[in-house]
Design a protein around this ligand. Structure first.
Ligand code: NAD
Ligand code: TYD
Length: 350
C-alpha cells in the first residue's frame, strides 16, 4: 500500500511515522509537509534513510503542489495530520488557520476526488480534535453525536474541515474516516503547548505561566496511544464514520503543572519547592474552554482500541524524553521560538 502522511514532521505525525515506517516495510510512506515552525526533521532521524520513506516539502494550500505530489505518488491512503494546531497562535493570527486547516484540507479532498472516483479501496483519514465540540460544564462527555460548537479560530477551522470532509463523503462518495481526539502529550511536542512548555521552563527555572486559575480541565492522551487509535480506525472503522478518541485522564491544568513539578524535581534531584515557586497565574486565554472529556466507547467497541499508557506512566516517560534529548530541544529553542514567547506571554501579567 502507498500511504501519504501530511504533516509528518509535526508532533503527532512524526510519532505516527516513527511507529509505522520501520514496522511496515512492505508499505511505501510519503510525508507531505510544508515544514513550518512546528515541524522538526530531527524527529524523523530514525526513519529518514529507510527505503520505504520519502519526504516532499509541499504546502497543502498550493493546489498545484498537491496535484504534483498526488501524480507522483498515487496514494491508496492519505492520513491527514497537517494543520496549524495551536489555539493561542490562532488568537493572535487566525488567517493561517483558515488557509491551512480549511483550504488545505479542501485541496487534498479535491486531489482525491479527481483521482479516486468510484474506487472504494482508497481512504482519506482526517485527523481532528475534540475541540470542535466546544466546552463542557462540570459534567458530561463528548460523544460523536455532540453538536459542533467551537470556540477558538483553531477549533472553528478544524470544525469547518471536518464538515468538508464529511460533505465529500455524502456528496461525492469519497471514502473517508474522521477521528476527533483529546489533548495529546509525549515526545517531540513543540514546547508552545502546556506540557512541554512547563517541563522546559521548570528545567531552566523560568516562570510557569498558568492561565486564569488553572481550573480548566483537559483529557490527556499519550501520543502513541493516539497513533495506535488512528491505525485501528483505518483498519477496523467504518467508512464515512467518526470516532472519538480519549484517554480517560481528566485533569485540571494546575494538577498537571503540580505533577510536572514533582516529576521534574525527582528526575533532576531538585527541591520541588523551588519549582513550585515558579508558578505564575497569568491573564486567561480569551474564549478559554472550561472542560473537555471524551466518551470513547465507539472506538473501543468497533475497533477494539484501548490506551496502553496511564497519565502516571506517560508523563514520566515524557519528562525523561525531554531531559535526555537535549539536541532536539536546543534545535527547537531557536529565534523563532523566542519571538513566540515574547508575543504570547509579553503582555500577560506575571
Ligand atoms: P503540529 O503543529 O505539531 O504539526 C503540524 C505539522 O503540519 C507540521 O509538521 C507542519 O509543518 C505541518 N503543516 C502546517 N501547515 C502546513 C501546510 N500548509 N502544508 C503542509 N504542511 C503543513 O501539530 P500536531 O500536534 O502534530 O497535530 C497534528 C494533527 O492532529 C492536527 O490536525 C491537529 O489538529 C490534530 N490534533 C492534535 C491534538 C494535539 O493535542 N496536539 C489533539 C487532537 C488532534
Ligand atoms: P494547550 O496545550 O495549548 O492545548 P489546548 O488549548 O489545545 O487544550 O493548553 C492546554 C491547557 O493549558 C489549556 O487549558 C490552556 C492551558 N495553558 C496554560 O495554562 N498556560 C500555557 O502557557 C499554555 C500554553 C496553556
Amino acid at each position: 500500500m502507498k500511504i501519504m502522511v501530511t504533516g509528518g514532521a509535526g508532533f503527532i505525525g512524526a510519532n505516527f511515522l516513527n511507529g509505522l515506517v520501520p514496522e511496515l516495510r512492505e508499505h511505501q510512506f510519503i510525508n507531505v509537509d510544508k515544514l513550518t515552525y512546528a515541524a522538526n526533521l530531527g524527529s524523523l532521524k530514525a526513519i529518514d534513510s529507510l527505503p520505504n520513506y520519502a519526504l516532499r516539502r509541499v504546502d497543502i494550500t498550493d493546489m498545484d503542489g498537491v496535484d504534483a505530489v498526488f501524480d507522483e505518488f498515487d496514494p491508496d491512503l492519505v492520513v491527514h495530520f497537517a494543520a496549524e494546531s495551536h489555539v493561542d497562535r490562532s488568537i493572535l493570527g487566525p488567517r493561517e488557520f483558515v488557509r491551512t486547516n480549511i483550504e488545505g484540507t479542501f485541496n487534498l479532498l479535491e486531489a482525491c476526488r479527481k483521482r479516486w472516483s468510484g474506487d472504494d479501496n482508497r481512504l482519506f483519514h482526517h485527523v481532528s480534535t475534540d475541540e470542535v465540540y466546544g466546552s463542557l460544564g462540570d459534567t458530561g462527555l463528548f460523544e460523536e453525536t455532540t453538536a459542533y460548537d467551537p470556540s477558538s479560530p483553531y477549533s472553528a477551522s478544524k470544525a469547518a474541515s471536518d464538515h468538508i470532509v464529511r460533505a465529500y463523503h455524502r456528496t461525492f462518495g469519497l471514502p473517508i474516516k474522521i477521528t476527533n481526539c483529546s489533548n495529546n502529550y509525549g515526545p517531540m511536542q513543540f514546547p508552545e503547548k502546556l506540557i512541554p512548555l512547563m517541563i522546559l521552563n521548570a528545567v531552566s527555572r523560568k516562570p510557569l505561566p498558568i492561565y486564569g486559575q488553572g481550573l480548566n480541565v483537559r483529557d490527556w492522551l499519550y501520543v502513541t496511544d493516539h497513533c495506535e487509535a488512528i491505525w485501528s480506525v483505518i483498519q477496523e472503522g467504518r467508512v464515512g464514520r467518526t470516532y472519538n478518541i480519549g484517554g480517560n485522564n481528566e485533569m485540571q491544568n494546575i494538577e498537571v503543572v503540580d505533577t510536572l513539578c514533582q516529576i521534574v524535581a525527582e528526575e533532576t534531584n531538585t527541591d520541588v519547592a523551588e519549582l513550585h515557586a515558579l508558578k505564575e497565574f497569568v491573564t486567561d486565554r480569551p474564549g478559554h474552554d472550561l472542560r473537555y472529556a471524551i466518551d470513547a466507547s465507539r472506538i473501543r467497541e468497533e475497533c477494539g482500541w484501548e490506551p496502553t499508557e496511564t497519565f502516571d506512566t506517560g508523563i514520566r516517560k515524557t519528562v525523561q524524553w525531554y531531559l535526555s534529548n537535549q539536541a532536539w530541544v536546543r534545535d527547537v529553542l531557536s529565534g523563532e521560538y523566542r519571538k513566540w514567547m515574547d508575543l504570547n506571554y509579553g503582555d500577560r501579567a506575571g
